[in-house]
Design a protein around this ligand. Structure first.
Ligand code: IFM
Length: 450
């Protein structure tokens, strides 16, 4: 058990949770009227995921959710962040509501509340109904209206009990990574499409906020971004300017419109006619006031000038250091910097780390234990950075470990394990890892080890 001295304690009202996402854990892909999502189509397309892995079964949480709540209770979690699968609620993307889909989340929410765990619901964690993708997906402005219909249906059903809502998870991934880099569903490679997708996503967020408020009185609503903490790779003015461009691409392109500034002028000039035409009123919708900002943090980026480096004319520099199984540098200082920079530059209100964690190649349980000292160390270092940031004035109010359990890591399939709970996919046996027990002790003490 961690000793709690005033120096290593978190604020008394600090919130401790863990997070997952529907497609990554639920399985039951073809049950109870669930429609096809872009991730079903993508993962079933040869060559798109490692080993051809799909989320068809995943952690079978759809059938094991009661056991999973028991493990959450054992860990002492105060909050659980999960996402709702849009294709379970509206299998055709819009229109007909699937009662069985609503019923699943209904019982999950009731089970959590009975266990004393506060549900934090993400509306969109990347599983767009395939029928909407067939009409252009996020490049089609009408998808924002379909998202409003979906938000209406789910918040009307859960809004009496769920009081924490996240509209979108990591819109950079559902735009640039999905429509330009092509690594995520639907796997397209067009920068213009990605810019159009960002705009529709932001519009969808802005339209959803008042719907959540109407159907969930007293609720807090926000959005989760995966910002990149960007550093110039050197002191040269060229690298510094490159880092500003990259920051514009990854961070300001989302933050500026969300906080009422429209798209950043320097980036509009850089992108030129790649930027699709927008309606001016969209920016009022997008800037709907929110109650908090969710940040997902894993690793920073070191950027150098590279005149051959695409639209942005940048390259990323590999730094010496420890890397996780995702080949992501372990660099907690960047979390500290981000927790101070974002609320300094934008009126975010309270911040929550809605994801933070690390993949390492775990061995299966031996003697009932999974020994994962690297992951425990990753958590300790990042929690210490978060604590320093709070002491320096960051409005950080809570932390969600990513992830509650090992799961389908998108294009990496089941080859990357992020859980604090080990999942044996053949038997669906769950085993709390050593890092999970460490996290349990942190929660119980509201403090990290000296
Ligand atoms: O697994 C993902 C999650 O779905 C979104 N944020 C990053 C995690 C690790 O890659």
């Amino acid at each position: 058990m961690a000793n709690s001295t005033s120096s290593n304690r978190f604020p008394d009202d600090f919130l401790w949770g863990a997070a997952t996402a529907a497609y990554q854990i639920e399985g039951a892909a073809n049950e109870d009227g669930r429609g096809e999502s872009i991730w079903d189509r993508f993962s079933h397309t040869p060559g798109k995921t490692l080993n051809g892995d799909t989320g068809d079964i995943a952690c079978d949480h759809y059938h094991h959710w009661r056991d999973d709540i028991e493990v959450m209770r054992e860990l002492g979690l105060q909050a659980y962040r999960f996402s709702v699968a849009w294709p379970r609620i509206l299998p055709e993307g819009r229109g007909r509501v699937n009662e069985a889909g609503l019923a699943f989340y209904d019982q999950l929410v009731d089970g959590l509340l009975e266990a004393g765990i506060t549900p934090w619901v993400t509306l969109y964690h990347w599983d767009l109904p395939q029928v909407l993708q067939d009409e252009g997906g996020w490049t089609n402005r009408a998808t924002a209206d379909a998202f409003a219909e979906y938000t209406e249906a789910i918040t009307r059903r859960l809004g009496d009990r769920v009081k924490h809502w996240i509209t979108l998870n990591e819109p950079w991934c559902s735009s640039f990574l999905s429509y330009h880099i092509g690594e995520h569903a639907p796997g397209h490679k067009s920068f213009e499409e990605a810019l159009a997708a960002v705009h529709t996503l932001l519009l969808a967020h802005g339209q959803a906020v008042p719907i959540v408020r109407r159907n969930s009185p007293g609720a807090q609503v926000g959005i989760t971004l995966n910002l990149s903490q960007v550093y110039p790779a050197s002191d040269s003015s060229a690298d510094q300017a490159a880092a500003v461009r990259y920051d514009g691409y990854f961070n300001r392109w989302f933050l500026d419109p969300l906080y009422g500034r429209g798209y950043p002028q320097d980036m509009l000039e850089l992108y030129g006619d790649r930027v699709p035409a927008f309606e001016a009123a969209d920016f009022d919708t997008i800037a709907a006031p929110t109650d908090f900002l969710g940040l997902n943090y894993y690793t920073p980026t070191f950027i150098h000038d590279n005149q051959d480096g695409g639209v942005l004319r940048v390259g990323s520099t590999r730094r010496e250091g420890e890397y996780t199984a995702m080949d992501w540098l372990v660099y907690p200082e960047a979390l500290y910097d981000q927790l101070l920079r974002v609320p300094r530059d934008y009126p975010t209100g309270p911040l929550y780390i809605t994801e933070n964690g690390a993949a390492y190649p775990d061995e299966p349980p031996a003697d009932g234990r999974v020994r994962d000292p690297e992951r425990a160390n990753y958590y300790r270092q990042h929690l210490a950075a978060a604590q320093r940031a709070i002491a320096a004035g960051s409005p950080l109010k809570g932390y969600f470990a990513w992830s509650l359990m090992d799961n389908f890591e998108w294009a990496w399939g089941y080859t990357r394990r992020f859980g604090i709970i080990y999942v044996d996919y053949a038997t669906q046996q769950r085993t709390i890892k050593d890092s999970g027990y460490m996290y349990r002790d942190v929660i119980a003490a509201n403090a990290i080890d000296d």
